[in-house]
Write a protein that binds this ligand. Structure first.
Ligand SMILES: Cc1ncc(COP(=O)(O)O)c(C=O)c1O
Length: 433
């Protein structure tokens, strides 16, 4: 049995424990939702205030040059590149994940249409994040293609000669299950198929090696493990072998080779620069810059490999404590136990019909009761077929410690044993779950 004292000893021995001081964590909160919205970096308020009062307030339009605003998408992209196995100059931080997916998926379809014109299918996972599926569906409508959705175990068999693109999220948002990017990319390429990887739950959470895997296109979020703040700019990466081949469809002036020549015709910037569209959100990029610095601060301590080792230790501990202390309450584990298949989150399931008056699973109410106690996770609704309701807990090793895990599970045990989650206020659904 693991004790609170054991957890305190693990924290005392943790070489990454000092990284937590980079964040403003509210008193009394155990924050297990960094997979949805990362914590505010301490540096962000002053940096954004400086960008507002000095760069904008005093520098005005001059700041596009003097404060380096114009280069922000590439400068932040270079920082993100260090976390995802890309090289400097291969990534831009811009727009949202959904918009970047539209751009790179269009480019992938353009390449396929030229190189392998008979291929008309996009393959993805049925439980991929909905925005990915919606964007793909919209593109399929535009281009007369089709989206084929499969279960994870059927992906390999779905790589047939009519498939143009395999579009996957590396770490699944509902289960935390992680794909083997290198193996699936190799299988796709052997079948003549391009790959698009969504790194929303991977960038800053697990080591990623896009170039090592030989992937084709990738996008990801800035507001989760990159700690860039609500609605932070996302990122896009395109393998250099593809970057110059096609325009992306949102060919705005920021993706032009020389935007300030103001020519009436479009001439795309070389490389990833053409994946920009319009004027950039400088204040949001300034906040994202602070978020990225919190991750790069781990580089002298072993970087993503060290963060990954701690993340696995945290998620192993959470699983073990839930199984030791919360047995008999209808909880199951949706996240793979195998380290090589697990992201940085743990998702617990609850049986349908285990909720108040037999309606629903009670998973939502349990999460609300935990939030009321200061343990912040989130809830993802199941569907009637394959997926049960999920209580989702993200473990960001930059600011979560082993003692936090112990207390979180103790609160979960008390919520379940006392039945306080049955209270009406915890069973009222909010707009954001
Ligand atoms: C896998 C994945 N892709 C994309 C998104 C969101 O995209 P956007 O930032 O455009 O809302 C999420 C949000 O949670 C996600 O989990």
């Amino acid at each position: 049995m693991t004790t609170l004292q054991d957890c305190r000893s693990l924290d005392a021995q943790d070489p990454l424990r000092g990284l937590r001081d980079q964040f403003n964590l509210p008193e009394g909160v155990i924050y297990l939702d960094g997979n949805s919205l990362g914590v505010l970096p301490r540096a962000a308020a002053a940096r954004v205030a400086h960008a507002v009062t000095q760069e904008w307030g005093e520098g005005l339009i001059r700041s596009w040059n003097s404060a380096g605003w114009f280069e922000l998408p590439q400068r932040l992209g270079d920082k993100i590149a260090r976390l995802i196995g890309a090289r400097a100059g291969e990534v831009v931080a811009t727009d949202s994940t959904s918009i970047n997916l539209y751009k790179v998926l269009s480019a992938a379809l353009n390449i396929a249409a030229q190189d392998t014109p008979r291929r008309k299918l996009i393959v993805s996972e049925r439980s991929n994040f909905p925005t990915d599926l919606y964007i793909a569906e919209a593109l399929c409508r535009e281009r007369g293609c089709q989206l084929r959705l499969v279960e994870p175990e059927d992906i390999e068999a779905a790589l047939t000669p009519d498939v143009a693109v395999l579009m996957l999220t590396h770490v699944n948002y509902r289960t935390g299950a992680m794909h083997d990017m290198a193996a699936l990319t190799a299988q796709a390429h052997a079948a003549g198929i391009l790959t698009v990887w969504d790194l929303a739950h991977s960038a800053g959470a697990v080591p990623v090696d896009l170039n090592g895997a030989g992937a084709d296109f990738s996008i990801g979020c800035g507001y989760k493990y990159l700690n860039g703040g609500p609605g932070a700019p996302a990122f896009a990466w395109v393998h250099p072998r593809h970057a110059d081949r096609f325009w992306q469809p949102l060919a705005g002036w920021w993706g032009h080779a020389a935007p300030f020549e103001f020519t009436p015709d479009y001439r795309p910037a070389p490389g990833i620069g053409r994946y920009l569209c319009g004027t950039q959100p400088v204040l949001a990029q300034t906040a994202l810059d602070c978020g990225l610095d919190t991750l790069l601060a781990a580089e002298p301590l072993g970087g993503m490999a060290a963060l990954r080792a701690k993340s696995l230790a945290l998620t192993d501990l959470f699983i073990a404590l839930v199984e030791q202390r919360c047995a008999g309450h209808g909880l199951g584990l949706a996240t793979p136990r195998a380290h090589e298949r697990r992201g940085s989150q743990v998702c617990l399931t609850r049986e349908p019909g285990a909720g108040v008056a037999g309606v629903g699973s009670g998973a939502y109410a349990i999460v609300q009761a935990l939030i009321a106690r200061g343990v912040i996770g989130d809830y993802r609704a199941g569907d009637s077929q394959r997926h049960k309701d999920i209580l989702r807990f993200g473990f960001t090793p930059l600011y979560i410690g082993f003692e936090d895990v112990w207390h979180a599970v103790e609160h979960l045990r008390q919520v379940l044993e006392s039945g306080e989650w049955r209270r009406p206020e915890f069973n009222q659904k909010h707009a954001v779950t």
